[in-house]
Write a protein that binds this ligand. Structure first.
Ligand code: COA
Ligand code: ZN
Length: 304
């Protein structure tokens, strides 16, 4: 039997947040068109918006509308949203979302730049959310897990292992290691995942790589080789944190699906339908779509 890999699409959150709202405000309808097309392609797991300050991320200011529409249309999909604080979690919960990812950066300076909190404040907010909303499923997104735009690369795993202890003690079940600026390399990925698996054997790990240096795919494959079955990517390779200077796009879902399907993994996603979703996205986000992927792949005979 084929081994299953859960691809978690993050484009509607990480991708859309990176599109400047002054030049291209993506409408709720356009967002839904892309979300619908992704679901139609077989995507079952999606980080589809965020509940953050609309001043910080104007592009996702319609998260309530998107949530209502997405939950009504796709009640069986595994949909979740990013939250930075209790307020975001409460807003998501009030709209019947029962799963979120809570973001905190390993880098103190990026945590401050991104969500204006110290590490202590972020831990307190996480504990508060767990207390206030005990039936909310929370993935902890560890941003800058491999390095930071202000502090450089974290070669050794000890910093992350030590940082995660408080979250494990507070009940964290799932952690996503996010390479926010695309600085990781496969040897570092191996060191970090191995160290975390040894320290916290019951902690479920996911990965999220940006493709700044073209290593998103090989880093993801390294994580899969180490036993991870849940990996994140974004349609069209769109993405990047506006508060991390130099951050570029995510690993593209098309590339990842193509590779994993060819390798004999079961992703449940149709490559050709994914290309159709990418085309719809490029219509909604003119000039932003990294057409590179779609051009190459359209010339390749495709069996999915
Ligand atoms: N959703 C919507 N609005 C929120 C909010 C939330 N979850 N949390 C706070 N706000 C609003 C407040 O009401 C306040 O609004 P006002 O200026 O109209 O009065 C404003 O945001 C500032 O609130 P404050 O609590 O002082 O927050 P802050 O200025 O310290 O900013 C965050 C903290 C977390 C709200 C903000 O930095 C943020 O939203 N960051 C998200 C960044 C992000 O999404 N990055 C990419 C993903 S990794
Ligand atoms: Zn990201």
């Amino acid at each position: 039997m084929k081994k299953k890999i859960e691809i978690i699409e993050v484009g509607p959150r990480d991708g859309f947040q990176s599109v400047k709202s002054d030049c291209c405000l993506i409408s709720t309808e356009e967002k839904m068109t892309v979300i619908d097309a992704l679901i139609d392609a077989g995507v079952r797991h999606m980080e589809f918006t965020s509940f953050v300050s609309p001043k910080a991320i104007p592009q996702l200011a319609d998260s309530a509308e998107v949530t209502r529409a997405a939950l009504a249309k796709h009640p069986d999909a595994d949909l979740f949203a990013l939250v930075p604080n209790l307020r975001g979690a409460q807003n998501a919960y009030a709209l019947d979302l029962r799963k979120v990812c809570y973001v905190v950066s390993l880098s103190k300076s990026h945590n401050k730049a991104n969500i204006n909190r110290t590490h202590e404040q972020s831990l307190e907010a996480y504990q508060e959310i767990r207390r206030e909303l005990p039936d909310l499923d929370i993935i902890v997104d560890l941003a800058t897990a491999f390095g930071c735009p202000f502090e450089g690369k974290y070669e050794e795993p000890e910093r992350a292992v030590e940082f995660l202890k408080d979250y494990v003690d507070a009940g964290m079940k799932t952690c996503c290691l996010c390479d926010t600026i695309g600085i990781a390399d496969p040897a570092q990925v191996r060191r970090l995942i191995t160290a975390i698996q040894a320290a916290y054997p019951h902690l479920e790990l996911m990965v999220h790589f940006h493709d700044t240096r073209g290593l998103g795919m090989v880093n993801t494959l390294t994580a899969i080789d180490l036993g991870l079955t849940k990996v994140q990517s974004a349609l069209g390779g769109l993405g990047g944190c506006p508060f991390a200077p130099g951050a570029s796009g995510n690993l593209s879902t098309e590339d990842l699906v193509w590779m994993l399907n060819e390798m004999g993994y079961d992703t449940g996603i149709s490559f050709s339908k994914l290309l159709a979703a990418a085309k719809q996205q490029s219509a909604a986000v003119p000039g932003q779509y990294s057409g590179h992927h779609i051009c190459i792949q359209q010339e390749t005979p495709c069996k999915a």
